[in-house]
Design a protein around this ligand. Structure first.
Ligand code: SF4
Length: 237
């Protein structure tokens, strides 16, 4: 069973940079391929220009176990588009690892997961008209159709013992869309909601004061990017 393979763009050990488990030493596996094309995607090597190699699940789990960090983060790209992600997560669970899955929440699959890290994509993610990365001009409409799947989001929330909803925000107008998204979902608490300012650098003081105010007013959390602060915007961190 675990000689099944998955397309992998990278694996690495680092501190989790985002969300409830920020700062926790973790083994990351990034599956290569995505059903969305966010304009601001920070891992284009797993979406716009998916690259990597096919690797056996048994080999990946052995690497995770040998890393001795105890936490595995299954990320992408979009890990849930792959049938075999359930096999990978069950094997990681059998190896005794705590599992976080990082997903946009557009596809539901049966998986083993301790923390479902959902990042529903807002309108600010849709690629611009004429984006040169999309010469056929098909992704703007496709992304817009796929980016919110409330049935999948709800099933993912309900299927795991803990969850977080991380929203990448660009401007105050995004808050109304977040409220609309949350109103269609149940099984989440204010402390599960996180706002992450868009960008690949640490925001200068004052630039995201509106995000801080939104968190304080609603009991939501501010999500920074520890890995960017510690290592800059680069792969393998
Ligand atoms: S869902 Fe994630 S990996 Fe896919 S395009 Fe958006 S940011 Fe990139």
């Amino acid at each position: 069973m675990t000689d099944v393979k998955l397309p992998i763009s990278e694996t690495f050990v680092s501190l989790q940079g985002e969300g409830k488990l920020t700062g926790v030493p973790s083994w990351f596996v990034r599956l290569s391929g995505c059903n969305l094309r966010c304009g601001w995607c920070d891992t284009p090597y797993a979406s716009w220009n998916a690259e990597g190699e096919s690797r056996a699940i048994a080999e990946l789990v052995e690497e995770a176990r040998a890393s001795n960090v105890g936490h595995a983060v299954v990320t992408g790209g979009e890990p849930m588009i792959f049938n075999e992600v359930g096999t990978l997560t069950r094997a990681l669970g059998n190896a005794g690892l705590h599992i976080t899955i990082e997903t946009a929440g557009t596809v539901f699959r049966e998986v083993e997961c301790d923390l479902m890290s959902l990042s529903p994509k807002l309108a600010n993610s849709t690629p611009a008209e004429g984006d040169t990365r999309d010469p056929l001009g098909v992704w703007r409409e496709r992304h817009e159709q796929r980016r919110l799947n409330f049935e999948a989001l709800q099933a993912l929330i309900d299927s795991t013992p803990d969850r977080q909803l991380k929203f990448v925000v660009s401007e105050p107008g995004d808050l109304a869309e977040i409220e609309r998204v949350l109103a269609q979902l149940t099984g989440w608490a204010a402390e599960d909601v996180q706002l992450m300012p868009e960008g690949t650098s640490v925001p200068e003081p004052g630039r995201v004061a509106w995000v801080v105010e939104a968190c304080l007013a609603r009991g939501w959390r501010y999500c920074h990017r520890l890995h960017v602060e510690l290592f800059g915007d680069r792969r393998g961190t």
